[in-house]
Design a protein around this ligand. Sequence first.
Ligand SMILES: *[C@@H]1O[C@H](CO)[C@@H](O)[C@H](O)[C@H]1NC(C)=O
Ligand SMILES: *[C@@H]1O[C@H](CO)[C@@H](O)[C@H](O)[C@H]1NC(C)=O
Ligand SMILES: [Mg+2]
Length: 398
Amino acid sequence: MGAMGRCLGLRSIVLVCVAAAEAAASGPRHAYAAMMSDPVAKSQTMLALPSNMVPSPVTSKGHHCSSLSVTYITRPKLVEVVGGLLGVTKLSSTCAIPYEHSASDAVAANNTRLAKLSSALSSFDQIIDSAQGKKIVLFLDYDGTLSPIVNDPEKAFMSPEMRAAVKNVARFLPTAIVSGRSRDKVFEFVKLKELYYAGSHGMDILVSSTDSQSKTKDDREAKPFQPASEFLPMIIEVNKSLVEATQSIKGANVENNKFCVSVHYRNVDKKDWKLVAELVDNVLKDFPRLKLTTGRKVLEVRPVIDWDKGKAVEFLLQSLRLDDPESVLPIYIGDDRTDEDAFKVLRERNCGYGILVSQVPKETEAFYSLTSPSEVMEFLNSLVRWKEEESPKVHDQE
Ligand SMILES: *[C@@H]1O[C@H](CO)[C@@H](O)[C@H](O)[C@H]1NC(C)=O
Ligand SMILES: *[C@@H]1O[C@H](CO)[C@@H](O)[C@H](O)[C@H]1NC(C)=O
Ligand SMILES: [Mg+2]
């Protein structure tokens, strides 16, 4: 955390501007590395920020000492990022897009940092032991964690059994959904009012502005925290351009996630993937304040602010007054590259566990793993059983 980890107070949110372009240009440009890591976030050079880039202030009350900051970053040469992408697709005929069950996994499996994680199910007792005297807070990604990855992103429904499991566990533990989708969209899928929601990779967070314990209707109407609100018009514009640019590509699907836009290429013929990347690159030339990241068969366009699922987790913990590591054990379950930011936060805070949903070993900051959404459900149900045994009376409470 360094200097930014200092206790900062809400009015003095630190703004820094990172000259990522230079840093990215000076480092090695391995195609695979460019895909596997976001070069923007790694940069260190910091400059002052023009005051017109100040984000909307944090609206939630009751923060403890805040270490949160919003960082504005200049975009690295997108050409390099996309170039990296193209390099890898050229390199391997099996199309090593990160976080797919493909050649990238085989390469990742040989990485030195990679360790085989133990199953969160077989280690359940250990997890529970470390939660003694602490309150568990649950953070759940949606796609690929609660719902299966499907060809049509509009149809990534969660099963009724999964919804019941999430609903049950939320009776006992504060539970938040943290998704790359827009907040509205992910709520349409999950449909549970008793949860907290962070959409657009954490750039749209709804949390009660008063007491975390009482989730009444009034709290539901609380104002969302949207650190990238100034980018809204730009996102609408880039959505339009991306839709137009890719409309001739069969299978390409642009999803507007409010503060970010996804270009899904899962259904695009592999021979056209390169073309999709080029078209996206071309559009982004007109949007220097937007950057590109990659997910599971998806290119994601988002504002160049240093805000991600990890920051969202910190924000939620602080907003809910659950940021005391002595009394709180956060657990974050996710399957995607963007979830690594959250795993990393938990690792660095030295509290709580990241749980990676994956069938194959991957380079990760998580502590445990689960192989599939159905194992996630099993894990949630185990938490419910444990809580029911601990406090059978809780049914009667509201
Ligand atoms: C991983 O390492 C093993 C042995 O060390 C080797 O046989 C295999 O080809 C490597 N896989 C990749 C994808 O590099
Ligand atoms: C994205 O752009 C397309 C094409 O202009 C438009 O039809 C669609 O409504 C836009 N989506 C959003 C959410 O703005
Ligand atoms: Mg996911």
